[in-house]
Write a protein that binds this ligand. Structure first.
Ligand code: AMP
Length: 171
């Protein structure tokens, strides 16, 4: 198997001019690369008695589900507004232009849960910062945050200061 980076395809100017979109579908399509990525994303947190994995819509779900099964934890979806059917809690965060919101079912996690937050990619950190706020508002313990990819030049880590952050491929 090659380096994980070689399974990530760069698509210039998608979805709009100036964005270098990191396409992970070649990695997802390769069973060895995908299982290696899952194994390495979990590695630093394996002994942390995780009870819930929070997956961020939508590509985060693809990683959160196999990770949750590996560590014998439940999976909780964090979703865009209007998708979850039951009572929700939400957090709104700033984008370059405007705001965005993520939602979670109000009973999805509780104060005694030990949480791993998972997404495919850390860019500005706005999305994962909101996920942290939602998880913290329940009193749960965040034991770590795992990404496949980190765009280091965007300094997303400063939005999740103080938490153990793990990413596999850095650009
Ligand atoms: P941010 O809130 O800026 O950290 O953005 C993170 C979210 O946006 C993740 O859920 C990513 O899937 C997506 N994202 C941001 N930038 C990119 C990119 N260059 N390529 C692929 N996905 C991206």
């Amino acid at each position: 198997m090659n380096e994980l980076e070689s399974y990530i395809r760069n698509i210039p100017d998608f979805p709009k001019p100036g964005i270098q979109f990191k396409d992970i579908t070649p990695l997802l399509a390769n069973p060895e690369a995908f299982s290696e990525a899952i194994r390495r994303m979990i590695n630093p947190f394996e002994q942390q008695s995780i009870t819930k994995v929070l997956g961020i819509e939508a590509r985060g779900f693809l990683f959160a589900a196999p990770i949750a099964m590996h560590v014998n934890a439940g999976i909780v979806p964090l979703r865009k507004p209007g998708k979850l059917p039951y009572s929700i809690i939400s957090h709104t965060y700033d984008l370059e232009y405007g705001t965005d919101t993520i939602e979670m079912h109000q009973d999805a996690i509780s104060g005694d849960d030990r949480i791993l937050i998972v997404d495919d990619l850390l860019a500005t950190g706005g999305t994962v910062g909101a996920a942290v706020k939602l998880a913290e508002s329940t009193g749960a313990t965040i034991v770590g945050i795992a990404f496949l990819i980190e765009l280091e030049f965007l300094n997303g880590r400063k939005k999740i200061n103080g938490y153990p952050v793990h990413s596999l491929v850095k650009f």
